[in-house]
Design a protein around this ligand. Structure first.
Ligand SMILES: NC(=O)c1ccc[n+]([C@@H]2O[C@H](COP(=O)([O-])OP(=O)(O)OC[C@H]3O[C@@H](n4cnc5c(N)ncnc54)[C@H](O)[C@@H]3O)[C@@H](O)[C@H]2O)c1
Length: 264
């Protein structure tokens, strides 16, 4: 199916590495123009080059620390100016250091909330006026299966649950203005064996801290399909939801991409 994304103007936060990179490259193959917002300029430029080669008519990189709400808003404003408008916002940036609740320091609570929730609020707030003015636009936010509550994910889980509530509320408030807003919740999605896909600021750079082999095996065993999600599985759902042609009547939804993990 032609998703009708050719020439559409899409912002992807945290688009340099791993899941964000797969999302950027999937939009590029559909012929969309892209702005990659990421604090890792070097990796973002590498991904931008790959996106141009994959078919994106234009790709710009905007370096920003999206955990600061002013920087996030300014980066979105610059992206809209450079793209010449906006059709889609994908809020993908996120970070966690899994640990039991009492193992997290206050500075980490704040970092997790700032990057996973406040950045989404700031980016959505920055792009919505232009979307409302244009009478169209799609927002897709990357949540997590953790949003339902999962061990070692407490503050991150709370932030992701906040993202789901925010996006459902935006869908309810701005549907009448032609805006659709949805979430995609990945289950565990390990990086593939592809050095080009991970920048130095990806949380997976220190993989043992995020998910060791025993923990990974536990997740696979608890997954009905007995396999983990791949970045492309997540990207497929994102481009589907961003497409007004494919997902015209879908808003306020959460699609879980986890092989069934966390859904039973
Ligand atoms: N990978 C998983 O298993 C998994 C599971 C569920 C949900 N998620 C969610 O999917 C999204 C992507 O995760 P990922 O595994 O690809 O992450 P990742 O760490 O591999 O990549 C994150 C990207 O964001 C950038 N970034 C990090 N901090 C930033 C900041 N302060 N400002 C700007 N850019 C910043 C990094 O440079 C990198 O390009 C996140 O929202 C994450 O919570 C991931």
């Amino acid at each position: 199916m032609d998703l009708g994304l050719g020439g559409k103007k899409i912002i992807v936060t945290g688009g340099a590495s791993h899941i964000g990179r797969a999302i950027v490259l999937s939009f590029a193959r559909e012929g969309a123009a892209l702005a990659i917002l990421d604090r890792d300029r070097e990796q973002a430029e590498r991904t931008a080059k790959a996106a141009r080669e994959a078919g994106a008519p234009g790709v710009c990189v905007i370096e920003a620390d999206l955990s600061e709400k002013e920087s996030a808003a300014a980066a979105c404003a610059e992206a809209m100016a450079r793209l010449g408008g906006i059709d889609g916002l994908v809020t993908n940036v996120g970070w966690n250091r899994p640990d039991f609740f009492l193992g997290l320091e206050p500075a980490e609570w704040q970092r997790i909330i700032d990057l996973n929730l406040t950045s989404v609020i700031a980016c959505a707030h920055a792009v919505l006026p232009e979307m409302v003015r244009a009478g169209q636009g799609a927002i897709v936010s990357i949540a997590s299966t953790a949003a339902h509550g999962e061990p070692r994910q407490s503050v991150y889980a709370a932030a992701k649950a906040g993202v789901v509530a925010l996006i459902r509320t935006i869908a309810a408030e701005y549907g009448r203005s032609g805006i659709r807003a949805n979430c995609v919740a990945p289950g565990l999605t390990l990086p593939e064996d592809d050095a080009a896909a991970l920048g130095r600021q990806s949380m997976w750079h220190d993989r043992e801290k995020i998910m060791n082999a025993a923990q990974t095996e536990y997740v696979v065993k608890a997954t009905p399909l007995r396999r983990l999600s791949r970045p492309q599985d997540i990207a497929n759902a994102v481009v589907f939801l961003a497409s007004d042609r494919a997902a015209r009547q879908i808003t306020g939804e959460l699609i879980t991409i986890s092989g069934g993990f966390g859904t039973h």
